[in-house]
Design a binder for this molecule. Structure first.
Ligand SMILES: C[S@@+](CC[C@H](N)C(=O)[O-])C[C@H]1O[C@@H](n2cnc3c(N)ncnc32)[C@H](O)[C@@H]1O
Length: 405
């Protein structure tokens, strides 16, 4: 039985949800890590999404569409961190104005009545600037709206965050957005275990895209991930090659919204599943000297059917050549141990020099995709590379891409 306050049991509310949330074009924002905005815009404008309303700005891509488009964006975007749905704006210079404005927003159309809701506030150039106080007032005002309208119990806070309202104040104008994703989208629910310095899936996907990996012809162009750790590059490459949407294995916050229609979602998922493919041989090779990480990765690939794409082996990078794996050339992705994990900087430099030496000797014709910290690491490579600076886990990393002559 659905709860008494659910839209299914309240025809009037159901009608309002249909009219104001489902049946209307709305504004959305795909949040990205810095530098990933153009890639995210490209993803939005190309199949399977093909949205033509996107506009890249600092921190993400704004787009408009129906609520279904936000579901699709959550399912398909490989480089976005979360998808926000814009709700409303309130002009306030005092807390009573803020509270009144928030109370007038029809939250019952957006939030499930009994969900724990977390508020995340940020301000710039506002007379109200205390983030915690703003969050507290917003939380209270939403709760009050639910309570006074008999819409069910609103639980104001929880340790895990199934629903999150983002409040962004700029020059006394507060913009309210609802997070449709829940867990950040780099959580694909594929890995069973992570190593000590895993890459974010969104960054790994972006790196592959920058390197020209599309997964379109995976058999012609294999991928070797010889320091795979938890296997982020291999897993992302396999999802791309298999045409599995990055959100295929997980759930989203919007699935609890009053506007969510499970049958439509099943249809969206079924449509996406129609193009998923399986190769005759495995074109992705992941390996690491850490046995436990290899075991965990193997387990994750089997669990998600990605073992048709990825061969996992527990071996040292210096003990094999690409010729042992494939007769073709493709991409070799490397994210060597760095920074805080290696206390001795000399050790780090020696390892990097040895890796680069091996790439020069053994990987002729392969496109090297190397992610390393430090100043001007491109000088270590004796072939032309394109370089890009990225921030990851508070560390500045250089992405070097070039083909070994
Ligand atoms: C920074 S981590 C890679 C993280 C990985 N990209 C991920 O997303 O989980 C570096 C990895 O290199 C592996 N490694 C270091 N030296 C190696 C070697 N000689 N052969 C194979 N793996 C090595 C470590 O075990 C570690 O898992």
């Amino acid at each position: 039985m659905p709860p008494p306050s659910s839209p299914q049991c309240d025809p009037a509310l159901e009608k309002r949800v249909k009219r104001h949330v489902i049946g209307r074009t709305r504004e959305f924002f795909a949040v990205t890590a810095p530098g990933l905005e153009p890639l995210c815009l490209k993803e939005l404008s190309e199949p399977p999404l093909s949205f033509q309303t996107g506009r890249a700005v600092t921190g993400g891509v704004a787009f408009s569409g129906r609520i279904r488009d936000a579901y699709l964006a959550n399912l398909h975007l490989r480089t976005a961190t979360r998808i926000l749905m814009r709700i409303d704006t309130v002009h306030a210079t005092r807390f009573d104005q803020l509270e009144k404005g928030v109370n007038e927003i029809p939250w019952e159309l957006y939030l499930p009545p009994s969900a724990p809701v977390s508020i995340r506030a940020a301000t710039s150039r506002c007379r109200l600037y205390h983030k915690e106080a703003i969050a507290e007032r917003v939380r209270r005002s939403i709760a009050e709206r639910f309570a006074t309208r008999g819409l069910g119990t609103y639980s104001p806070r929880s340790a895990d965050i199934p629903q999150t309202v983002f409040v962004r104040g700029t020059s006394d104008r507060f913009l309210f957005s609802l997070d449709s994703s829940g867990d950040p989208l780099y959580k694909r629910s594929v890995k069973t275990e992570v190593g000590k310095a895993p890459l974010r899936e969104t960054l790994a996907a972006a790196v592959l895209m920058w390197a020209g990996y599309t997964g379109d012809k995976p058999l012609d162009q294999p991928l070797i991930d010889p320091l795979c750790g938890s296997g982020t590059f291999s897993l992302e490459a396999s999802l791309m090659a298999a045409r599995i949407p990055p959100g295929h294995f997980r759930n989203f916050a919007f699935m609890d919204w009053p506007a969510f229609r499970p049958k439509r979602w099943v249809h969206i998922k079924n449509e996406a599943e129609k193009v998923i493919r399986r190769p005759p041989i495995r074109p992705i090779f992941a390996s690491d000297r850490d046995q436990n990480l290899c075991r965990a990765l193997e387990k994750a690939t089997v669990k998600h059917g990605l073992h048709h794409w990825i061969t996992v082996s527990n071996r040292d990078f210096f003990d094999f050549s690409p010729r042992d794996l494939t007769r073709r050339t493709g991409w070799v992705t490397l994210n060597p141990p760095y920074g805080r994990r290696l206390s001795d900087p000399e050790e780090k430099n020696r390892l990097l020099a040895a890796i680069i030496d091996r790439l020069h000797r053994e990987y002729r014709g392969w496109t090297v995709v190397l992610l390393v910290p430090g100043r001007n690491p491109g000088r270590l490579l004796k072939f032309p590379v394109t370089t890009r600076t990225l921030i990851h886990g508070g560390l500045t990393l250089n992405l070097l891409i070039g083909t070994v002559p």
